[in-house]
Design a binder for this molecule. Structure first.
Ligand SMILES: C[S@@+](CC[C@H](N)C(=O)[O-])C[C@H]1O[C@@H](n2cnc3c(N)ncnc32)[C@H](O)[C@@H]1O
Length: 209
């Protein structure tokens, strides 16, 4: 078999991410992954959490990097990859009770990040857990010199790519009905952010029907 598309970063971070997901997704049934890349995360997490169904997705033009590894996966809980661009007004799949995306929000333009959360606001039902992994800035500052260097490198690759401000992303999540549950410090200056959309709308104090 030809060598499968491979990301060293995924290989380095997948065990650390799974350690957190084992708790966060303990009571979840299905995960919709956005921007699945090579499928290393999808296969590792589907194998590590056999009670879950894992739905990988990618931009249509990048599905060719995702399909080979998913086809080689032996278990039954990895669903066939689907083309999904977060900028599409209507996503091709319903949002299940969990979502995951790694290293994607700093690649897509901020307008696409806004569209991602606008889709969640429109299409996510109650009781959905959202996990986002990657580098973030806090209070307008890099969390490390290596993240500052990475951001300069990103800008050279594409002017729209940039490490996002945690506060800006959290604001979009809140507007979509998601409340921050946890912010995990991860190796290599990354974060694992967990939001949850509650079972019922949270009411502001004093609100009446
Ligand atoms: C750095 S890769 C991360 C891939 C994988 N999640 C990982 O951790 O290795 C960023 C991914 O974002 C995807 N992407 C970029 N813009 C997107 C969009 N508008 N909708 C969905 N995926 C997008 C790219 O196709 C690419 O696979």
């Amino acid at each position: 078999m030809d060598a499968l598309p491979f990301s060293q970063a995924c290989e380095n971070n997948k065990a650390f991410i799974l350690e957190v997901l084992l708790e966060v997704f303990a009571d979840r049934r299905e995960v919709l992954e956005i921007a699945s890349g090579t499928g290393q995360h999808a296969c590792h997490f589907a194998a590590g959490m056999p009670w879950l169904r894992w739905q990988p997705t990618e931009l249509a033009e990048n599905l060719r990097f995702l399909l080979p590894r998913c086809r080689a996966y032996a278990g039954a809980n990895l669903l066939p990859p689907v083309a999904l661009d977060v900028r599409d007004p209507a996503w091709p799949l319903a949002i299940p009770d969990a979502m995951f995306s790694a290293n994607s929000l700093h690649i897509m333009a901020f307008a696409a990040v806004e569209q991602f959360f606008a889709a969640l606001a429109e299409q996510a039902g109650p009781d959905v857990t959202l996990v986002v992994y990657g580098p973030f800035n806090y209070c307008g500052k890099y969390t490390s010199p290596s993240n500052a260097r990475f951001d300069r490198w990103l800008a050279q690759q594409h002017p729209d790519s940039a490490i996002r401000d945690f506060e800006a992303v959290d604001r979009l999540a809140a507007q979509a009905g998601f409340a921050l549950r946890a912010d995990h410090d991860m190796p290599a200056n990354n974060r694992l952010l967990v939001w949850h959309k509650p079972l019922r709308e949270q009411r502001t104090p004093g609100q009446v029907d």
